[in-house]
Write a protein that binds this ligand. Structure first.
Ligand code: IMP
Length: 428
């Protein structure tokens, strides 16, 4: 079972690390394939907490080679800050990290444009993380991007930065009323990383294909989630890359036949950060309670996450488009104590019932949830380690979610600790 992708089934922050933790030492390569430092995951290893935004979580596993694939956009300031942060705590990330020569770079002008364009969008803003991710992907598609390999040819780098900034400076000065950005300053800043970066840079597509040929286990670690995918998500309220399972192929240079397992991660309820439609959102005290119990605040921006009930249509759409072989349900313990737990099983759109996600955003934005009420449980389930340890109503909740969501539930998170899981099927 060499190729396994872990993907968020909702709008991100599902706790993907919980599932990858279960794979433990069996993973030989851990690959980030999309997004940038808009992501955030907190890892707890040996009682120590690590908050990472760009590095793959495999960076902390002694036997796994962490890889940043070509589909990722890299802010070198962040990359080296994370590497130095780990070094200060005795983790030598620089020694084993591999970075694709084809990955694109986020530069300070991408961050500036991200922030000013959001400001100018006003009420129509996306609610981005402000890290420059969208503008860096725009440059990639516009063929104005700066790639890792460009750092090794100073003359070409200078020309590319000048080319990328020519139009942007006009825009910054004349439209956004900002100061022009000096291409030389940007070039020098990028060049300051060359010596440290060079030993990590590799043809990571080749490395991963060779590893798969040799029978190694490669874990493709999704960032964000299906419904934030630029093609399949709630456009335009999405990120600018392809977090879906198919993105693991384009974002790392392996063919679709390499992927054996796709694990969708779904929270036992739903959250979202930033703008965009969210049919089951709770804007009342119930939402506040879920946010407080689940500590639903962003790892990257600290923003309050919007909270709501489980939406089976959202997860089912992700299960279908990603061909989930498994679902890993996280944070089930947060739902303990509710007398009744609503689960969204359909939508009402202008009087018409929809059992599947509507085809258009126009309809999705107007969908009101049709709920089925599940009986709750009062017991603390954080000590459960097998399915039989869960209260009967809790088991029924899981079974109902499984029926509705389009893939078998193979794992359940019942608390923040690594060991606080109930496994129903092995993920490998
Ligand atoms: P961007 O990726 O910074 O351009 O932001 C685009 C949208 O994706 C915004 O709604 C963000 O809040 C959301 N987003 C980006 N990364 C994450 C994440 O890791 N978790 C949850 N939402 C995210």
């Amino acid at each position: 079972m060499p190729g396994i992708v872990v993907v968020g089934a909702q709008w991100g922050d599902e706790g993907k690390g919980k599932a990858t933790d279960q794979l433990g030492d069996r993973v030989d390569f851990t690959v980030r394939y999309s997004g940038g430092n808009n992501a955030g995951h907190t890892l707890v290893v040996g009682g120590e907490r690590y908050a990472l935004h760009l590095l793959p979580s495999g960076i902390l596993s002694p036997n796994s080679v962490p890889v940043i694939g070509n589909g990722v956009v890299i802010d070198l300031d962040v990359l080296f800050a994370e590497i130095e942060g780990l070094a200060a705590r005795g983790v030598d990330a620089a020694r084993k990290l591999l970075v694709s020569s084809n990955a694109h770079l986020i530069t300070p002008y991408h961050q500036t444009i991200d922030k000013v364009s959001e400001r100018f969008l006003g009420k129509r803003k996306i609610g981005t993380t402000g890290r420059g991710v969208g503008p860096a992907y725009s440059d990639k598609v516009n063929r104005l991007g700066i790639r890792v390999q460009d750092l090794f040819d100073e003359e070409m780098l200078r020309a590319k930065v000048e080319g990328a900034l020519w139009q942007k400076n006009h825009l910054l000065v004349k439209v956004y009323n900002q100061r022009a950005i000096d291409p030389d300053q940007i070039t020098e800043r990028l060049l300051s990383y060359v010596d440290r970066l060079r030993p990590m840079v590799a043809d990571t597509s080749r490395v991963l294909n060779d590893a798969l040929d040799a029978g190694d286990v490669v874990l493709f670690e999704g960032a964000q989630a299906h419904h934030l995918d630029v093609d399949h998500g709630t456009y335009p309220y999405v990120t600018s890359s392809n977090p879906i399972a198919a993105g693991a192929c384009t974002g790392s240079g392996v063919g679709p036949t390499r992927i054996d397992r796709v694990v969708g991660i779904a929270k036992a309820y739903t959250t979202r950060v930033g703008e965009g439609p969210f049919p089951t959102e709770l804007l009342d005290a119930d939402g506040d309670k879920i946010r407080a119990d689940g500590a639903e605040f962003g790892t990257t921006t600290g923003r309050k996450r919007r909270c709501g009930w489980y939406d089976a249509l959202v997860v089912e759409a992700a299960a279908s488009a990603n061909a989930f072989t498994d679902i890993f349900l996280t944070k089930l313990d947060i739902l303990s104590g509710w007398e009744k737990i609503p689960v969204c099983v359909a939508y009402d759109v202008d009087g018409e019932r929809h059992d599947r996600l509507p085809m258009t955003q126009h309809d999705f934005a107007r969908a009101t949830p049709i709920y089925e009420l599940q009986d709750g449980w009062t017991e603390d389930i954080s000590g459960a380690r097998s399915f039989g340890d869960l209260p009967k109503n809790c088991q029924a909740y899981v079974h109902r979610l499984e029926e509705l969501s389009g893939a078998r539930i193979s794992g359940i998170g019942v608390g923040p600790g690594r060991e606080q899981v109930v496994m129903l099927h092995d993920l490998l």
